[in-house]
Design a protein. Structure first.
Lengths: 209, 60
């Protein structure tokens, strides 16, 4: 096979494009700009750390199911870990959102980074909601019966029935986590490609330079 | 039972929620506490010094 033919292969073209956009030292950098040394920059990675715990505890819950997590001490413990990691996840994500909003983090061609983050937030809310209605207890029954009227009033109830436990559980453990993880990965890749947004004064000098 | 674990909640959560009501606004105390904690954490993150920040600036 000639060099020209190899260059025309989709694998070669894709590899060159990916490495061009995101070389290894940019994907996994050794250092960050000095302005990143602030507590306000730690909430993004805190959110991701919490997401790892959410998924890990969720996988353990999936092994034995509701009868186990409602009736055994270890099941209660993992169930509580799942809940509290979700609390930390949203706590950190909202502070991350406030910080990035205040920094206008969509500056410098970072609009896709902002959009993927915002959509991840919305998908996470839906994941949290389907989790609440999948608990299989009186709390989940209460939440589902309260939510059904709101969702039915939008017409969405025909496709998304909060009283259907099987459907809600599948959304919670398959579709929405896939969406959240893929969007988070895209968000991180966008941060790597474009870099962390600089403070306003640095950005002004960057623009004027 | 979870109560036998010994590491129970620091605050007794085994009761009905407390709610604050003001006109049409009704909010649980726990939600309000979380919101206050979030704002406090946000403000602290803006103003608390980050470890090693000075040495990084000096080494620039």
């Amino acid at each position: 096979m000639s060099t020209t033919e190899i260059d025309r292969q989709w694998t070669s073209r894709l590899r060159k494009r990916v490495v061009g956009k995101l070389p290894p030292d940019k994907m996994l950098p050794d250092t960050q700009p000095a302005y990143v040394a602030s507590w306000i920059y730690v909430f993004g990675v805190t959110t991701m750390a919490a997401l790892f715990v959410v998924i890990g505890t969720g996988c353990i819950l999936a092994l034995d199911g509701p009868q186990w997590w409602h009736s055994s001490a270890f099941g209660h413990f993992i169930n509580s870990m799942h809940l509290w990691s979700v609390e930390i996840f949203f706590f950190a994500m909202v502070i991350h959102l406030w910080g990035k909003f205040a920094m206008a983090a969509w500056r410098g061609g970072r609009s896709l980074t902002w959009v993927t983050g915002a959509v991840t937030f919305l998908v996470s809310i839906l994941t949290g909601f389907t989790g609440y209605v999948s608990q299989t207890n009186f709390d989940s029954q209460w939440i589902a019966t309260q939510a059904k009227d709101g969702i039915n009033s939008t017409g969405g109830g025909a496709f998304f029935n909060v009283l259907n436990l099987g459907q809600m559980l599948m959304w919670h453990i398959v579709l929405l986590p896939i969406g959240a993880v893929v969007l988070t990965a895209l968000h991180v890749v966008m941060v790597r490609v474009k870099g962390v947004v600089p403070p306003f004064e640095d950005n002004a000098s960057e623009v004027s330079a | 039972m979870a109560h036998n674990w010994g590491l129970g909640a620091l605050v007794n959560l085994d009761h009905y929620g407390h709610y604050l009501n003001w006109h049409f606004i009704s909010i649980s105390v726990s939600n309000l506490v979380v919101m206050i904690l979030m704002v406090a954490t946000f403000v602290a993150a803006l103003f608390l010094p980050f470890p090693g920040r000075r040495s990084r600036k000096e080494s620039r």
